[in-house]
Design a protein around this ligand. Structure first.
Ligand code: IPE
Ligand code: IPE
Ligand code: MG
Length: 240
């Protein structure tokens, strides 16, 4: 099969267009977010089926806290519900669940739920599903820089080796430590921007922008994206 030719290890999706999907149907925006949860399930299954090892999803940005309180509240409620509903499915499919982002802004009950899910799925090894929640790329890089600076101050004996560190070394201070950089970043809904997502990690990612709104992005669309990826020629600055 064409899609098996070159399977990306890490697929990342900026899930956009829920609000417009709902508005097209004369419904409230939050209706689109609920429909979007179905796409999360479909893409997770498709990732397991196609042999993708890491699937990461941008679920809520630091900037999204500026949305109306009702929408933010409903989104957080949906996260809790989705985690409850999907836990047995993740266990069945061998999915390890990870949440990355500024968790200090999340409610204690949501944090507790996340910890429980991460703990319970920690030994699963078919797919790592990473949810970026209250995340922004600039926040991630700033936090990494603070950790790095703190280490230099607190460990003068390691100062020289820390200062000699290269970009791979610095990458280990990011929230995504241990996770390979995304091979493919998909953004739905026709917007062609990064919206403060994985700024450092996207250095050599392939990008795919599609007009499909997130609630309509299902298995077929996921498989098509992998087919498109298989045609790309990744050169990393070299001459072929
Ligand atoms: C993506 O859909 C979900 C989040 C950003 C939380 P949007 O809510 O951004 O939908 P549009 O872009 O307004 O259609
Ligand atoms: C990006 O979508 C964030 C997520 C998908 C979580 P937005 O809808 O918030 O992005 P902008 O505001 O259109 O750039
Ligand atoms: Mg949007």
């Amino acid at each position: 099969m064409e899609e098996n030719k070159r399977i990306p290890a890490h697929v990342s999706i900026i899930m956009d267009g829920n609000g417009r999907w709902a508005e097209e149907r004369g419904k409230e925006r939050v209706y689109g977010h609920a429909a979007g949860v179905e796409s999360v399930r479909a893409c997770t299954e498709a990732a397991v089926e196609t042999g993708v090892r890491y699937l990461s999803l941008f679920a809520f940005s630091e900037e999204n806290w500026n949305r109306p309180e009702h929408e933010v509240h409903t989104l957080m409620e949906l996260m809790v519900k989705a985690m409850k509903d999907e836990l047995p499915v993740m266990m069945k499919n061998g999915v390890r669940f990870v949440v990355l982002g500024n968790r200090s802004r999340l409610s204690p009950s949501l944090n507790e739920m996340i910890d429980g899910c991460m703990e319970e799925t920690s030994a699963n090894d078919r797919l790592v599903l990473i949810i970026f929640l209250s995340y922004s790329g600039k926040w991630d890089i700033l936090e990494a820089a603070k950790k790095y600076a703190r280490e230099i101050v607190e460990h003068p004996e390691r100062r020289d080796s820390l200062l000699a560190m290269g970009t791979d070394g610095f990458g280990r201070y990011l929230a995504t430590d241990g996770i390979p950089d995304p091979d493919l970043i998909i953004r739905t809904s026709g917007e062609c921007r990064i919206s403060n997502y994985l700024l450092w990690q996207a250095a050599y990612s392939e990008f795919l922008f599609t007009d499909v709104l997130w609630p309509d992005f299902r298995k077929e669309e996921f498989r098509q994206a992998l087919q498109e990826y298989a045609k790309r020629d990744r050169r990393y600055g070299k001459v072929k």
